[in-house]
Design a protein around this ligand. Structure first.
Ligand code: GLN
Length: 572
């Protein structure tokens, strides 16, 4: 059977055009666009992405059109080939690019989808420069790391800003100042500032440690980071001072003196209980007004009323709903990595807040359940979620967990692999196809309930594996009377995908006769997009081939997550 689904119409990369000067790279820029760069000082992991997202949020609340870009220093052309335990979640954009999780933060804090052109890596930048060179687009000239790489970065930034008709384009430079890896991005900032000094500003997100042995907040690492930034020809206009506690006036004055910024341009950003408080904290320091001032923008009044209501709900003390996320990418040495499932976890929170519930999210490794001896531990959870994943590791444990949730009536939500495995479990234990498998794990199995998609077979055979899955937005139609249809309150939806395998249609009739409902399919009926059990059989047993978590937003929770969390709470 021919598998197809309506293709997207968006292109993955802007059409290339090669010029070798900053001003010609900018020829399509609308005159009003301002560029705000965010760089990191001292060390990584201090929340630069969330800080950049919060800046985007407070600027948008001023009535400005804001777009956000991320530049990552990796040679990887996109984030799709990176192991999530190394790099965190792979966030998929609507037009299918696999990106860094910060793109997800921007989308959530801005409440808007961002296009593929808003994300670039060193690898993708080099790739387009080399393609142009092979295409003789440099007219016989030497193509050089400087200026041609920074100019390509600038071209991309300006294209993204222009296409978004942005008043402000916020660009986060990955990595930490002083690393060899991001020096060409700093060069792009320098060139843009040189070309249009009034249109470009730089924010440095730095860290101020409070060493336990001294008990005093130290500013020296930040001073050193600023000097390193200066040596690249870039000057910080504003410093966001991250730290375990607020920065006092004495240290603000010190930073101002030694880092060459105005004291009111040193913004304190202490650790907070919820990242969603950050925009509100920033506004206590008048951050958006100060940034507008730096960029020469006359700001409108700030309207964060909806955001404030959301934060208030998030902080309120309510009855708890406990959800176990059963995954396999949690542990690294002695540490737990919840970042790998970031969008899923945030989506659960938004839905719980909307329902006036307090989410308690527990991370469970599927390996705990492989031998089936600890399954009763699952009784303490109101709902179980199995997120996306790849490969054979951890699968026996996940299948046992799904069987337990199905047979004990514990609300279950399976995403992507979590849906494929739920259908597989049903085939094994309800249809009695004991040796059924997925082609991803055992291609020789007799009953391949999940198999590779037709158009993916060739890619697997030739090793064309980067950015080649079924990625990004595709439509699906929903069956009347289903849980999915009731949750979405509409008959046709569009959701983001990231998979190479699919439910094998040969088994769909058999599964359906035995009670499983495929309540969402591609419009041509060929791809199974949602599976569920009727409410009369199970309070909530739903799986999606797509990733609904990528569309969940603080101010617009995802309807399927909300239906799941509600069912979990009601089954308490
Ligand atoms: N490994 C499965 C596939 O490629 C599921 C992918 C996912 O969960 N994102 O189809």
């Amino acid at each position: 059977m021919k598998k197809s689904a309506s293709r997207r119409t968006t292109t993955r990369h802007p059409k290339d055009s090669t010029r070798r000067s900053v001003s010609s790279a900018s020829r399509r820029t609308t005159p009003h666009t301002k560029y705000l760069f965010v760089v990191g000082g001292v060390m990584s992991g201090v929340g630069k992405g969330v800080t950049a997202s919060s800046i985007a949020c407070v600027l948008k609340a001023r009535g400005l059109t804001v777009t956000a870009l991320k530049i990552d220093p990796y040679i990887n052309v996109d984030a799709g080939t990176m192991n999530p335990t190394e790099h965190g979640e792979v966030f998929v954009l609507q037009d299918g690019l696999e990106t860094d999780q910060d793109m997800g933060n921007y989308e959530r804090f801005l409440g808007q989808s961002l296009p593929a052109k808003n994300y670039m890596t060193t690898g993708s930048v080099y790739l387009s420069v080399i393609k142009k060179e092979r295409n003789l687009e440099y007219g016989g000239k030497n193509v050089e790391v400087v200026p041609d790489i920074p100019l390509e970065v600038i071209r991309r930034i300006k294209t993204a800003a222009t296409d978004a008709r942005a008043d402000v384009a916020l660009i986060e430079v990955g990595g930490t100042v002083g690393e060899y890896q991001n020096i060409l991005f700093l060069e792009a900032i320098r060139l843009m500032k040189q070309e249009a000094p009034a249109d470009v500003a730089t924010v440095m997100v730095s860290y101020l440690p409070v060493p336990g042995s001294i008990g005093e907040m130290k500013t020296k690492p930040t001073q050193t980071a600023v000097r390193t930034l200066n040596s690249a020809g870039v000057f910080a206009d504003l410093i966001i001072a991250r730290g375990p506690v607020p920065v006092d006036d004495k240290r603000k004055a010190k930073i101002a003196t030694f880092c060459n910024v105005r004291q009111e341009h040193v913004i304190s950003a202490p650790d907070v209980a919820s990242i969603y408080e950050i925009p509100l904290n920033f506004e206590k320091d008048n951050l958006s007004a100060r940034l507008c001032d730096l960029l020469g923008i006359r700001p409108g009044p700030s309207d964060l009323a909806h955001w404030k209501r959301f934060v208030a709900r998030a902080k309120a003390d309510r009855s708890e709903v406990t959800i176990a996320v059963v995954g396999k990418y949690f542990t690294t040495g002695d540490f737990i990595l919840s970042d790998v499932y970031l969008s899923v976890i945030e989506a659960l929170k938004y839905s719980a807040y909307q329902l006036n519930l307090k989410p308690k999210i527990v991370y469970r490794s599927s390996a705990d359940f492989t031998d089936g001896k600890r399954l009763r531990e699952l009784d303490q959870y109101d709902g179980i979620l199995v997120p996306g994943g790849f490969g054979a590791t951890g699968i026996p444990g996940k299948l046992k967990v799904i069987e337990y949730a199905r047979s004990k009536g514990i609300p279950y939500f399976g995403i992507c692999y979590g849906m494929q495995l739920a259908v597989l479990e049903y085939a094994q234990n309800v249809l009695g196809l004991k040796n059924a498998s997925t082609e991803e794990i055992d291609p020789t199995a007799k009953d391949l309930i999940v198999h590779v998609m037709d158009d993916q077979r060739q890619k697997l055979a030739t090793g064309d594996l980067g950015g080649s899955m079924r990625l990004g937005e595709y439509p699906a139609v929903l069956q009347a009377g289903s849980i999915a249809r009731a949750a979405y309150k509409m008959g046709e939806i569009v959701e983001r995908h990231r998979h190479r395998y699919e439910i094998n249609n040969t088994y769909v009739d058999l599964l359906t006769k035995q009670g499983l409902v495929f309540s969402g399919t591609s419009p041509d009926g060929n791809l199974m997009e949602i599976m569920e059990l009727p409410k009369a059989v199970h309070p909530f047993f739903v799986g999606t081939q797509f990733h609904p978590e990528f569309l969940a937003r603080p101010l617009a929770p995802h309807p399927l997550f909300t239906a799941f969390v509600r069912a979990a709470y009601e089954s308490k």
